[in-house]
Design a protein around this ligand. Sequence first.
Ligand code: B1M
Length: 210
Amino acid sequence: MNDFEQLADYVFKGNAAAVKDLTQRMVDGGGNPMEIISNGLLIGMDIVTPKFKAGDMYVPEVMMSAKALSEGMKIVKPLLTGSEISVTKTILIGTVSGDLHDIGKNLVVMILESGGFNVVDLGVDVSPEKFVAAIKEHNAKIVGLSALLTTTMLNMKATIELITEEGLRDSVKVLIGGAPVSQSFADEIGADGYCADAMAAKEMATALLN
Ligand code: B1M
């Protein structure tokens, strides 16, 4: 196994310490950061995705792989030059106003990052105004809204309404997710897509941006 194959295998196996160690050694040895991402870290996650879909891997294992990948990303991301971080691949995500749940959102962030997206995580209790300001600031093409409460899911609607009022609706796609939401709710509030889980979010984002 060469270093790239070894790195991919460590990601697949969710071995965060080994990913961190090997990524650092590759960087210290003069490895190209983009190649380390594309030919090592992301390949590992590409092994995970079909296995998860086939039911051969479960959520905790996927999270371990995503965590391992993010350890490697932490080392190489700061080394990327501006042109290597594609602005067209920026995704904003946040849990809507009044809602403090972030476990699912954080998983979505990790999985999206594993798909090579530049994810700007706005955190929890994010107001419609903050989403709008961030869309403008980052020129994001996709915004992901998370809600876990039947009360706060209504703030997804308010967020989409403000995005529309601000004249941004044609330039940004809105994806929603969270336990209480559904495809029919997405249709009702005019979202572009409903993501049942983190993998669905990655697939939809990939389809929308490629
Ligand atoms: Co809360 N809570 N909670 N809670 N909590 C629920 C959601 C609840 C269903 C529990 C219950 O009563 N059975 C219930 C909601 C009832 C309802 O609205 N009908 C509830 C309640 C009532 C509350 C409080 C009001 C309790 C109280 O204080 N009285 C309070 C509200 C606080 C607030 O937000 N203002 C509260 C607080 C908390 C904790 C702080 C204790 C903690 C959150 C910790 C944290 O997130 N940092 C907590 C937790 C952990 C839960 C449960 C147990 C687990 C949620 C979770 O993390 N699931 C939850 C019960 C349950 O769901 N079984 C519950 C795991 C996670 C991986 O799944 O978040 O669905 P999920 O994310 C998935 C998908 O939905 C999707 O992908 C993710 C990964 O596959 N997805 C997206 C999610 N967001 C997406 C965004 C996307 C795409 C996909 O964008 C593109």
